[in-house]
Write a protein that binds this ligand. Structure first.
Ligand code: FES
Length: 125
């Protein structure tokens, strides 16, 4: 099922070009997340590089009207459940701001950046 990222409460962007000492880990993480997110209201989108190449794997959570988070230092072996939990909580948060204590540990320690939402297009000049 393909979800419309313009109305979806969360889009999980996964860098599929991330590599570690173990090899090309980003694509494998993307595949694992795809299998787990089937049927959920979370859009999964592959991206080629989020410019955090020294902290693989890297993902981002984004949605219209919400803060965008980029998070690194994630692994296929240890963090698939944490990524899914974080995406669900992000989807449930109206502004994308999940209280720090409610974030899975890798989403407390691994945040690279957060970016405020753009104003609605009707408010732009
Ligand atoms: S290759 Fe993954 S962030 Fe650059």
């Amino acid at each position: 099922m393909t979800l419309n990222i313009h109305i979806c409460p969360a889009t999980l962007l996964v860098c599929v070009t991330c590599k570690s000492d173990e090899g090309p880990v980003g694509a494998a993480l993307y595949q694992a997340l795809g299998a787990r997110l089937e049927g959920e209201a979370i859009a999964l989108k592959p991206v080629e590089c989020l410019s955090v190449c020294n902290r693989p794997c890297t993902v981002a959570l984004a949605a219209p009207g919400k803060w965008t988070y980029v998070v690194g230092d994630l692994s296929l072996e240890a963090h698939v459940e944490d990524i899914i939990t974080a995406a669900r909580r992000y989807a449930a948060a109206a502004d994308g701001l999940v209280p720090w204590r409610e974030r899975p540990l890798p989403f407390r320690k691994g945040v690279v950046s957060r970016t405020p939402p753009l104003p609605p297009s009707s408010d732009r000049p």
